[in-house]
Design a protein around this ligand. Structure first.
Ligand code: DC
Length: 234
């Protein structure tokens, strides 16, 4: 079974997907981390965001891995642990533009589909219900007002990465959230789009626990396709 969770930045997608995966024993894939990892690789190799031939070359070499260390997921690009670096301002400033390049999406979408083969998984991102897995059994779309999302993101970044984001202000975060919403929604390739059959949850006034419960209740309304187990010969 595939569950997709999509929505704009700072709707709590990652935290919710992680929590839900833990509750129901599914594997969790953060597709944004892949776009961030790829963007990091370009920065590392000094490849400009407009240099399409060099980006195409790098796509052939790009190596991305997810490993679990002491119970926490770590992301690796070419063997380097980039878990924290990909959340930093340098990658964040470039990732929207890079993730809008069609050949980048084609390659990463292909990897995401490969990863889904034969597993119960939650995929979280922007287009996982609309483009990557149009036949997913359960599709969730999270929304929330920009101010509330900006405040969440601001607190999270200040708490997790105080040094990297020492200059960040709430006003700047609101501006960034609005401009990323605008870019992710209006780009030509695979814009942020709610699948017609997705269940929408407005997260503005809900806690993470409340959102997870709503998703679990929704999941219970869906028939679960279990493998047929032959009867025991007793
Ligand atoms: O969810 P996030 O902030 O880590 O995502 C980083 C960027 O990647 C964001 O600008 C949108 C893009 N993205 C995308 O285009 N498609 C996805 N499935 C996931 C993320």
């Amino acid at each position: 079974m595939i569950i997709t969770i999509d929505g704009p930045v700072a709707t709590g997608k990652s935290t919710i997907a992680k929590k839900l995966a833990h509750e129901i024993g599914f594997i969790y894939f953060d597709t944004g981390a892949m776009y961030r990892g790829f963007t990091y690789g370009l920065i590392k190799h000094h490849i400009d965001s407009d240099d399409l031939p060099a980006i195409e070359e790098y796509l052939k070499k790009f190596q991305f891995e997810i490993r679990v260390k002491h119970g926490y997921r770590h992301y690796f690009v070419e063997g380097e642990d980039v878990t924290d670096t990909i959340r930093g301002p340098e990658v964040t400033a470039r990732v929207s533009k890079i993730s809008a390049i069609p050949m980048v999406r084609d390659k990463l979408v292909a990897i995401q589909r490969e990863l889904s083969s034969g597993v119960n998984a939650i995929f979280e991102g922007r287009d996982t219900g609309s483009v990557v897995f149009p036949n997913a059994e359960i599709k969730i779309f999270l929304t929330g007002d920009a101010q509330t999302r900006a405040l969440r993101r601001y607190k999270e970044l200040k708490e997790k990465y105080p040094e990297k984001y020492s200059d960040l202000t709430l006003e700047k975060t609101i501006e960034e959230i609005k401009s990323r919403d605008e870019y992710d929604t209006n780009r030509k390739t695979s814009p942020l789009l709610k699948a017609a059959d997705a269940y929408t949850i407005d997260t503005t006034n809900l806690t993470l626990e409340e959102i997870v419960i709503l998703i679990l209740e929704y999941k219970d309304t869906k028939p679960y396709l279990t493998a047929k187990i032959p009867p025991l010969n007793m």
